[in-house]
Design a protein around this ligand. Structure first.
Ligand SMILES: O=c1ccn([C@@H]2O[C@H](COP(=O)(O)OP(=O)(O)O[C@H]3O[C@H](CO)[C@@H](O)[C@H](O)[C@H]3O)[C@@H](O)[C@H]2O)c(=O)[nH]1
Length: 449
């Protein structure tokens, strides 16, 4: 593409207003900006990325009349997405019209929308704009959504409830079992499958971009390339390819000073991302297991993550005593810096795709406790495909927790997992370097515009 033409060309990004989706979309924006594109980010009224100094070259627009934080609380994430897609269609058309006619003189090269923001399709169709779907989950999760969108909801529901079936491998999705399928904790199966069929429908999009790399998921990527009617570009991990600080909550950086005082590879870092919830009972069992393991731990307890509590005030006094000696608790951590810190030896994670990529990207093995959706798929891959972690399944038990933390941080088994994680880290780094598969894929995408 000619340099002059690239500089005049604008890409419109439409992220889902949630941390796990905003982060990779802003990283994608940075990566495309570095290729010479102007970037417009269209936000909803909820979870706004500040147009801080990190994005001073970006242009931000807000879809008027969209949903708010209270709507998310009342509706839950799944109905929130469904409602957002119903109400944003017309106002998004207005926004795109504004970009085309008022705000910028240059042409829109393409609209890149998160797979969950499928209302974008109506506007791109009306203005006859090229569009691209961006998937912030793994390619394997995309495959699962495609497969599940075609199954009968009632019979899947019965199979998943049947204790005899739960541990069986789902046909065609080896090594995923029925219980690893990305069903949602946030809504009934029927409505989850409805959302999935919308997300995997590429409509008139000319391509699908995925925040993954072929060294992680070559067979799932090949499956998608064969099944979808458009090119699939695996261009990740974007957090290595393009840094774009876009935390929606304030980071507590004091934990880095605490980490400086801990022994090399001794700390377990615990974070369950931006949406998962924790029951008080489970938190107590975790605190017991962690204390009994004798390892120091850094624990992110996100405000609102304990149902019925603003922060940790509803937890019993026993909890405070258990974490007092070796624990350090924050509301939100600078996660990437934490994972990079030499004191961190393991990551207890809900296995959101960003956390998974960030952990592998720092060569840190994981204790997997998936909460919902694609996290179960990622946990299965972490344990059985990449073999860089251990999954905690079923009821939490303080004895098992204690042993798992020791397996990861003290035993030879943990050292082996770390070696494999470091091996993958090196492969991921190579994939985003010039000549690497993700770097070439990004160039192919840019050249296709
Ligand atoms: O204290 C913290 C905790 C998290 N993070 C960041 O927050 C992001 C969390 O993303 P992710 O690990 O993907 O979890 P969720 O926020 O739960 O992400 C949602 O979006 C992901 C991408 O679609 C899905 O994989 C998840 O299942 C879905 O819950 C990561 O970049 C973390 O670095 C911090 O910076 N500080």
């Amino acid at each position: 593409m000619e340099e002059n033409r690239v500089k005049k060309t604008r890409i419109v990004l439409v992220p889902v207003p949630a941390q796990g989706h905003v982060t990779p979309m802003m990283q994608l924006g940075k990566a495309l900006h570095s290729k010479g594109f102007s970037i417009t980010v269209v936000l909803t009224q909820y979870n706004r990325v500040s147009s801080s100094k990190d994005f001073s070259d970006f242009h931000f627009l807000t879809i008027p009349g969209s949903l708010t934080e209270t709507d998310l609380k009342n509706l839950g994430p799944q109905n929130f997405v469904l409602k957002l897609n119903q109400i944003c269609e017309a106002s998004f058309k207005q926004c795109v019209g504004q970009v085309l006619h008022e705000q910028c003189n240059d042409d829109i090269a393409c609209v890149v929308y998160d797979e969950y923001m499928y209302f974008s399709h109506a506007a791109v169709q009306e203005f006859q704009l090229p569009s691209v779907v961006f998937s912030t989950t793994s390619a394997t999760a995309f495959v699962c959504r495609s497969v599940l969108s075609r199954v009968n909801a009632e019979s899947l529901f019965l199979d998943m409830k049947d204790p005899e079936t739960q541990d069986k491998v789902f046909p065609g999705l080896h090594p995923l079992r029925y219980k690893d399928l990305p069903t949602s904790a946030f809504g009934p199966l029927k409505s989850t499958l409805k959302v999935y069929s919308e997300t995997v429908n590429t409509r008139t999009a000319s391509a699908v971009i995925i925040n993954s790399a072929s060294c992680l998921e070559s067979s799932s990527l090949a499956w998608l390339q064969q099944q979808l009617q458009v090119p699939v570009y695996p261009i990740g991990p974007l957090h290595i390819a393009a840094s774009a600080p876009s935390n929606l909550l304030e980071e507590d950086r004091s934990c880095l000073e605490w980490l400086n005082k801990q022994k090399l590879g001794s700390v377990i870092y615990i974070s369950l991302g931006s949406l998962a919830l924790m029951e008080t009972n489970d938190m107590l069992k975790m605190a017991w297991g962690l204390r009994n393991s004798n390892q120091p731990f850094l624990w992110v307890i996100r405000p609102g993550s304990i149902p019925g509590s603003e922060w940790r005030e509803s937890l019993p006094e026993e909890f405070s005593k258990l974490v007092a000696e070796r624990g350090y608790i924050v509301k939100w951590a600078p996660q990437m810096e934490v994972l990079r810190h030499p004191a961190v030896g393991g990551f207890w994670s809900h296995c959101g795709w960003n956390s998974t990529l960030e952990s592998i990207g720092e060569g840190v093995p994981m204790i997997c406790r998936p909460f919902t959706g694609d996290q179960k798929v990622n946990a299965r891959y972490i344990e059985t495909v990449w073999r860089i972690g251990v999954q905690l399944e079923g009821e939490l038990d303080k004895g098992t927790l204690e042993r798992t933390v020791k397996r990861m941080l003290v035993d030879e088994e943990g050292a082996e997992m770390r070696k494999r994680a470091i091996d993958l880290k090196e492969k991921l780094e190579a994939s985003v370097r010039i000549g690497g598969s993700s770097c070439s894929s990004l160039d192919d995408f840019v050249n296709s515009l």
